[in-house]
Write a protein that binds this ligand. Sequence first.
Ligand SMILES: Cc1cc2nc3c(=O)[nH]c(=O)nc-3n(C[C@H](O)[C@H](O)[C@H](O)COP(=O)(O)O)c2cc1C
Length: 169
Amino acid sequence: MNNPVLETILRRRSVRHFTEERLSEEDLNSILEAGRWAPSGHNHQPWRFVVVESSEKKDALAELTRYGKPIQAGAACVVVFLDTDVCYDRVKDAQSAGAVLQNMLLAAEALGYGAVWLGEILKNQDKVRSLFDLPESMDLQAVVALGRPKHRNQTSERRPLEELVLGRY
Ligand SMILES: Cc1cc2nc3c(=O)[nH]c(=O)nc-3n(C[C@H](O)[C@H](O)[C@H](O)COP(=O)(O)O)c2cc1C
């Protein structure tokens, strides 16, 4: 394969162990920009972000999921919400949030960082909102933990295409 976008998509793996290296402001902004340019129904852009870099807030956030280690170990994390005041369709808005999240994961990969999408924390969405003094209209979608990968030994599998493609007409 000789296409940088496709190579990034295939190379990306969830990274849960990070070095202590910080994310530069420029790279963090590029990752947020990649999220910002996700598609959304009617271009409503219902997503909102909280960026967490302080150890104090990362530790508090990590307490709210059993997958807290990557949050503590990562240099930063991005907490992604949907603003239900501007949402118009439950499924389509959630799909937009998914596009944001995947864009961020791919941007992180393209810039040499690692990232993991954390969803288990959704069970504590009230507590996450309180941690950042956010109103109930902010609907938690996921946390993305980010950092420089400690190693690149991650492996993953996918079902073969023959199982996924139901037909070609
Ligand atoms: C909706 C969603 C929720 C996820 N939640 C978690 C999580 O809470 N903790 C975790 O370690 N990984 C989580 N992941 C990452 C998946 O485990 C991972 O993407 C999957 O195993 C495939 O591995 P890969 O990303 O390395 O290809 C989540 C991914 C998605 C898309």
